[in-house]
Design a protein around this ligand. Structure first.
Ligand code: ADP
Ligand code: MG
Length: 610
């Protein structure tokens, strides 16, 4: 329930729009009340020609109106009503239109803000969150859960204000006309409430299940789309379809359950409404026949009673819709409340330009109690190129990821020029680090836009220069639109080697003093390898480089080689030194000579990617 009220925080900035909608609502309800009240003069005076009574509690103008009304001939009155009724309806419809419009607008605004806020949060959350959370569940929270909130906000907000207001108006009318009869009819209200609470509880439960299934559905779709090539190569289409079908079926079943409960509510409350109405009819008709109530008064009473039941029914429906909203809002706020694990210290300082050295000081790290780094100490002086080699899974990528502070060490410290990374601002730290990762992340945009990620203010000639350094200019120029060619999602229209050279060019444009290169493990042909090695050689000059190397050709660029195995530094030294001292390194080199593309830790050289 708290989640529901927190949603109202999001309405606050749009209270103006909401207020206008409520005003229109109030106006249309009053006109509705006038319409109901008009039954009395219409039937008693116009149809039956009885003088309407003036009443002591009526305001003076109303009594004046009644007297004037009584003085007019019936025929004039018929004409008067013929004109008044459409005019009344016109105004009422106009107000209703405006009310719906502004109400929807307010809810659209709220959902827009919610989505933005969630997206902002996702971009701020640290890598550990994203590694744990399936992409599909993230998608479904932003799209599906906010969608539920939106649907119910339109109905919910309207009803929450409108229905109680209607209840007050019609309640006043029926109590005024005949309070005893009114009270007798109200016994059905607790019954409606009971049914509503029962159905609401069920809906909340199913709604949660629906959200989980929606998340799984989104995950399956994303996974299959991104892995479509592997699915087709391994002929897994059938499995993928079966998996999707079973989840799709579950989603259908849960939504059917929800619909069934929702739609059960209306007939049940309708039935109770009819019971109340027939009682009023029976009792009221007898009073009219006995002459203790006029037909006009009875009709007005009956109409008001009908109008009174409707808001109760709407409130009952609102309650069940709200149960779904609460479930969705809970999941939304769960996300908004996650604190990123990597937080900037409130007193974080700007890191000065990197000058001396990077230091890993007895750094240990674990993912969920799984130790990955065990007490690594390493100093990398400025302008040194250091190569990390070793069996896959040894912790090389993790070690490099600590430098831009994607994670914090579980124990120990990482220092830049003697300053603990946890004490500096993320922007001043990450601004000094260039990153070329194994999975070259390109966006579905032009070459130029992908390069601009490195430096948004770079000119085209800067880009060409960077691309030349990265050996990318030649292939970019060959593409149909050159630098304005769109590279496809994740750069799918480029070859592996081209993707990598493009991301090297991107890092070049940023021109950072520190560079992390996680060499791609994908099989590159000899020509691509030569182009990349050449590019790396140029890129690494005058820079401090952490190079995670899988190929001898790139290892050779390094001043110092560090062998990492099972989270520890087991050897370090130059190529020649290590050839003498390290059996592990010797094996790495031998494998490379036999199979130039083999990687340490994969002695049987099985191509990983098809
Ligand atoms: P390398 O780069 O040397 O191949 P990594 O640093 O990528 O090694 O991985 C080291 C170990 O940490 C591996 O055993 C891997 O399974 C584990 N690991 C890597 N990333 C995660 C993660 N996000 N969550 C849990 N374990 C991880
Ligand atoms: Mg790695």
């Amino acid at each position: 329930m708290r989640a529901y009220f927190r949603l109202f925080q999001f309405i606050k900035p749009h209270l103006g729009v909401f207020g206008v909608a409520v005003l229109c609502m109030v106006g249309s309800t009053i006109l509705n009340g006038v319409q109901v009240g008009a039954f009395i003069p219409l039937i008693d005076r116009v149809a039956n020609d009885r003088a309407l009574p003036t009443l002591a509690w009526f305001p003076g103008w109303l009594n004046g109106l009644i007297l004037w009304f009584n003085s007019l001939p019936q025929r004039t009155l018929v004409n008067l009503f013929a004109v008044a009724i459409p005019v009344l309806f016109l105004f009422k419809s106009l107000l209703e239109f405006l009310q719906t419009f502004f109400m929807s607008d307010a809810s659209q605004r709220v959902v827009r803000d919610l989505r933005q806020k969630m997206f902002d949060k996702f971009t701020a959350l640290s890598l550990d969150y994203h590694h744990r959370q399936p992409t599909g569940s993230t998608m479904s929270r932003i799209m599906y859960d906010t969608g539920i909130v939106q649907n119910s906000l339109i109905e919910g907000l309207t009803d929450l204000v409108y229905q109680p207001f209607q209840i007050v108006i019609y309640l006043a009318i029926v109590l005024r006309i005949n309070w005893a009869l009114a009270l007798m009819t109200f016994v059905v209200i607790p019954l409606i409430a009971l049914i509503t609470l029962w159905i609401g509880r069920l809906l909340k439960k199913y709604s949660r299940q629906a959200q989980v299934v929606m998340g799984q559905l989104h995950s399956t779709i994303l996974e299959s789309i991104t892995g479509i090539q592997v699915i087709q190569a391994f002929q897994m289409e059938r499995d993928a379809r079966v998996k999707f079908a079973s989840m799709n079926e579950r989603s259908y079943r849960i939504h059917r359950k929800i619909q069934k409960r929702m739609n059960l509510l209306t007939p049940m409350t309708d039935f109770l409404g009819a019971v109340g109405a027939s009682f009023v009819f029976w009792y009221g008709c007898r009073q009219v026949l006995e002459g203790s109530m006029t037909l006009g008064t009875f009709t007005a009473f009956f109409a008001a009673m009908m109008f009174l039941i409707r808001p109760f029914k709407r409130l009952a429906k609102l309650h069940s819709v709200n149960q779904q909203t609460i479930a969705a809002a809970t999941r939304i706020f769960e996300i908004l409340d996650v604190e990123p694990t990597i937080m900037e210290h409130p007193k974080a300082k700007t890191l000065p330009m990197f000058r001396r050295e990077i230091t890993y000081d007895k750094v240990s790290f674990q993912y969920d109690n799984q130790p990955v780094l065990r007490g690594v100490s390493l100093t990398i002086p400025r302008a040194e190129i250091i190569a990390l080699v070793g069996p896959s899974g040894g912790g090389k990528t993790t070690l490099a990821n600590l430098l831009p502070r994607f994670f914090d060490p579980t124990s120990g410290r990482v220092l830049l020029d003697g300053v603990d990374l946890r004490h500096v601002t993320l922007s001043s730290l990450r601004g000094q680090i260039g990153l070329v990762t194994q999975e070259t992340t390109l966006f579905n945009d032009t070459v130029r836009a992908n390069l601009a990620v490195g430096n948004p203010s770079a000119s085209l000639s800067d880009m060409v220069e960077a691309a030349k350094v990265a050996n990318a200019h030649a292939f970019i120029s060959r593409m149909p639109k050159g630098y304005d060619t769109v590279v496809g999602e994740r750069g799918s229209l480029l070859s592996g080697g081209e993707r990598q050279r493009l991301s090297i060019a991107r890092a070049m444009l940023k021109n950072p003093p520190i560079l992390i290169l996680d060499e791609a493990t994908s099989q590159l042909d000899a020509e691509s390898e030569r182009l990349i090695t050449e590019a790396l050689e140029r890129v690494c000059q005058e820079r401090t480089v952490v190079l995670i190397a899988h190929r001898l050709s790139t290892v050779r660029l390094a001043h110092r080689i560090v062998v990492i195995q099972e989270g520890r530094i087991v050897e370090q030294g130059s190529h020649e030194e290590l050839l003498k001292t390290s059996a592990l390194y010797r094996r790495f080199c031998e494998l490379q000579l036999m199979h130039p593309m083999a990687k340490l830790g994969e002695p049987h050289h099985v191509p990983r990617d098809l």
